[in-house]
Write a protein that binds this ligand. Sequence first.
Ligand SMILES: N[C@@H](CCC(=O)OP(=O)(O)O)C(=O)O
Length: 491
Amino acid sequence: MKGPRPLGVVIKLGTSSIVDEKTHEPLLSILTSIVETAVKLRKDGHKVIIVSSGAIGVGLRRMDVEKRPKHLSKLQALAAIGQCRLLSLWDSLFNHLRQPIAQILLTRSDIADRSRYLNAQRTINELLEMGVIPIVNENDTLAVSEIKFGDNDTLSAITAAMVHADLLFLMTDVDCLYDKNPRTNPDAQPIEVVEDIGSLVADVSTAGSSLGTGGMSTKIVAARLATSAGVTTVITRSSSPGNIVKIVQHIQASRSPPSPATKANQPAESSTDNQQQQQNTEALVHATVDAATTTTTTTNNHSKIPLHTRFLPSPHPVRDRYFWILHGLRPHGTIYIDQGAYKALIGKAGLLPVGVVDVEGVFAQQEAVRLCVVDRKKNSHNNNNNNNNGTVSTTTADDSGSGKSWEGVAHEVGRALTNYSSAEIARIKGHQSTEIEKLLGYADSEYVAQRESISFFAGSARGSRPATPVTVREVLDVRGLGGYEGEGAVL
Ligand SMILES: N[C@@H](CCC(=O)OP(=O)(O)O)C(=O)O
């Protein structure tokens, strides 16, 4: 009889999971246990990728540096020293079980370049076919803030999406998300299944460890990215890596979405362990959930399934080039469109200039932009004037003096690659395509963006709004990739 389908499993280990925070010594027993777990998964037929942080931590120990330096070049030097040692550690441990590994180092600019992205994808797939376990980290030696992922949670989500993995394990020092802060609320309940991450409103006030850059909030962002690409994402405790095998077996046995009566995975093996673990939590992990149906919390303690939070994959995953447009590229500006244009895009039409309300930022043709739908156009004092010389100029009279030709709230719904530059779009916005040539002196396309160059965030294309009324900035903070907005994290 045919067994269950083998899965693609990505395991992400943060610095604090594999390096002692104080002494910076590698946590050998955890590393060994991860190695045994990964090899067991391989024996069960699964494909395994490890995303391992720890280069800087290991570099600190190697050079007897006590405190993480502030200067970028020092951090980069330590990462170069540590990465070498980290991989040799992984290699020697895996070698005991005759498991070959490979090193993959990526920066964001590798992901943003389509052909490099595809090369990385092909190489990782080839390694997996060869039975090798790729060990991925950010290429810290090259990455400055503009081209940084900033945290390996995001990198692991992009890696999982890139190879169409089934499962992403974000290992951390708590068991799972809780409905309240378990430190201050003894009645805090574990959140075990999140069916729709878009409806999860999580207060995850955690700064991450002193060595790493991530925390619970970056895990939620990573879970959003991965689930949108169809990857089931699991948050669980890193100190018992053997749990991964049990969770994989459990998920494999229940691949179809569980019914409301059974959807809670069964919780921790012992409630005493559970309480102790809650007290040890890395941070203030407290999630509030705006819809009771979104998550399941439970207090049953009958099964041997280790406690974890499982984020179910989107039923409408965004994959391949559409995922890359959304999450691989740095947006250089924003195009504001009206509701009519949005409806047309959902109906699979391209973006015509007539539907463009406004444009922000400076970008060239084929660069990525944010696509925002505005609630209302301003009561149009827009004058589209035909000048004597035959060109058409658009002037926007703006009562508020804000310079915007729209009002209300704009919702970011997706990203696009444009056929025209920002300067060109500023001139053709609000006009019919037939006027483009008159306005610009040429017309490369009737569309500002072709439909196949437009990608919507999960849920957006079906017309659903973000769970809470949020500003575009907030949407970006939640949905965008950390380092592309604002300052970006340092190493
Ligand atoms: N790439 C860096 C660490 C990135 C980072 O801090 O990630 P994490 O520990 O997951 O928050 C390293 O290997 O030291």
